[in-house]
Design a protein around this ligand. Sequence first.
Ligand code: GDP
Length: 178
Amino acid sequence: RWEGEAEIDYVFKVVVVGDSAVGKTQLLARFTRDEFALDSKSTIGVEFQTRTLTLHRKRVKAQIWDTAGQERYRAVTSAYYRGALGAMVVYDVTRRATFEHVARWVEELRAHADGSTVVALIGNKADMPAGRREVEADEAARLAEEQGLFFSEASALTGDNVERAFLTLLEEVFAVVS
Ligand code: GDP
């Protein structure tokens, strides 16, 4: 059997949510293809991307869903959340409003997704100059702790922490389902 055809032991659905333009699509592109698309939104309408990896000797297919712009109309459907084992709530460290909406996204997740869904909070665009920053990491870390979420800053542009954030989330999901 070809390596590429190795059997999949688990499929993990992971949804990415957060305000428009925080970098959800780029984070997903970075993790699944190690790319940062300069012509952003080329993936509009695409529902999910996958990446298969080995965790604890099991073949895991991570199926990472993108809202594909639905959040602009506040119309993220319950179908989007259905069956999600993991979720990433993303805000932009240079736009405070996107951080202030995090609680709303977490609520929406809790309302639609399963109670055992593992949630990570990601502060994206950490590459931006310090002067542009509107949210400090320690404030976000406090919120994450209150809400029981894993937290990391990341940059889809440089790739910093993106792999680690997704892998940590997938490891947590693995621990829940296995
Ligand atoms: P989405 O609407 O949440 O899917 O956001 P996109 O992935 O389309 O990104 C929105 C904008 O932010 C685009 O212009 C991206 O090029 C830019 N962007 C995304 N991630 C980063 C990042 O990590 N750093 C910087 N500086 N810009 C980013």
